[in-house]
Design a protein around this ligand. Structure first.
Ligand SMILES: Nc1ncnc2c1ncn2[C@@H]1O[C@H](COP(=O)(O)OP(=O)(O)O)[C@@H](O)[C@H]1O
Ligand SMILES: [Mg+2]
Length: 330
């Protein structure tokens, strides 16, 4: 089975932000390697969660997959073909993005109908517009759909707004949805509903899903596979159950330690001691080594591996079937 989406050795960099004091620190113009050599696949009907602390490059990776950022190097293939200039329009129909903030994603002056129909108009799909909008709203759980046509975003709850955003994606009958933190701005009470909606879309419409989340508890609930990202790189990837019950990478283990009863939330939380990750200064060797408990507590040295942790970039190796980790100690 060929994957729906393949990301190959993708690199995305940003010119340094010139902030207060940046000049004084002499780091003015330092380049941020936000995505620094990522390989990732998403199969047909597969749900993949992309997890990691804030700032590790998840949104940048998602936006680059959507063609909203230009990679510095690497390839993105959709159904085996590299996305490029000529195929971009069809690709944009096939892969839709759902953003974190449903309020920001909707124009407050547009009715629900206009918001959902917008994608159809952009893509020149004028036939049976009303039928398609109604179908998309119903698929997103807004029923009967006609009752929502003329409402404005402020007349909807947060959960309903996210359903409208999802309907706007569905109306183009995509093969894949990339959802960036789709429930993090919603009340805890409606998060489960929106997640079950996304899973139902996989079951009923055969969609592939890439769900970006800083919440490993959420990854546990929804994903077939989990990819853990640290400072621009995937450090561990495998079947969700495997990664979350038998984590191979010390970073994944650290993330899991702060997930209370698997329901935890890493938003803005400092997971580990040491410097917070800074993509303008990626450490040599294993990029996690300055914060790695295995190094700090001497286990890497005891195994005779410490010099590699400090000096050799670990490859993402298959340690158990389908379960990969980039750690010299795995
Ligand atoms: N447009 C941009 N310009 C400069 N730096 C950026 C830009 N977007 C993201 N970054 C930097 O790239 C890194 C990764 O950010 P992001 O992809 O938003 O991470 P995440 O979604 O995991 O929190 C951060 O250090 C962030 O400051
Ligand atoms: Mg983000």
């Amino acid at each position: 089975m060929s994957p729906v989406l393949e990301v190959q050795d993708l690199h995305v960099t940003f010119a340094g932000r010139v902030g207060l004091g940046a000049g004084l620190l002499g780091r003015r113009g330092a380049e941020a390697r936000a995505v620094d050599g990522v390989d990732l696949t998403v199969g047909e009907r597969e749900v993949v969660a992309l997890a990691g602390e804030s700032g590790c490059g998840k949104t940048t990776l998602a936006r680059t997959i959507m063609g909203l950022e230009r990679p510095r190097a690497g390839r993105i293939l959709f159904e085996g073909r590299p996305i490029g200039r000529n195929g971009l329009r069809a690709y944009r129909r096939n892969v839709q993005m759902v953003f974190q903030d449903p309020a920001g994603a909707l124009n407050p002056r547009q009715t629900v109908y206009e918001s959902v129909a917008e994608g159809l108009r952009v893509h020149g799909l004028h036939q049976d517009e009303e039928g398609r909008v109604a179908q998309a709203l119903a698929s997103a759980g807004l029923r009967p759909p006609e009752r929502f046509f003329l409402l404005y975003p402020h007349e909807l709850s947060g959960g309903q707004r996210q359903r409208v955003v999802i309907a706007g994606a569905l109306v183009l009958e995509p093969k894949m949805i990339v959802a960036d933190e789709p429930v993090s701005m919603l009340d805890a009470s409606v998060r489960g509903e929106i997640l079950s909606l996304l899973l139902r879309l996989r079951d009923e419409l055969g969609l592939a899903l890439l769900i970006v989340t800083h919440d490993l508890g959420l990854a546990w609930t929804v994903a077939d596979r989990v990819a853990v990202m640290y400072l621009g790189k995937i450090v561990e990837v495998g079947p969700a159950e495997e990664v979350l019950t038998r984590p191979l990478h010390p970073y994944t283990r650290a993330l899991l330690e702060v997930v209370p009863e698997r329901g935890g939330d890493l938003a803005g939380r400092r997971v580990l001691a040491g410097e917070p990750p800074d993509p303008t200064r990626i450490p040599p060797g294993c990029r996690f080594h300055p914060r790695c408990p295995e190094v700090a507590e001497g286990r890497a040295a005891a195994l005779g591996q410490e010099h590699r942790c400090l000096g050799e970039v670990p490859a993402l190796r298959e340690i158990a079937p389908g379960h990969f980790a980039a750690c010299h100690l795995a």
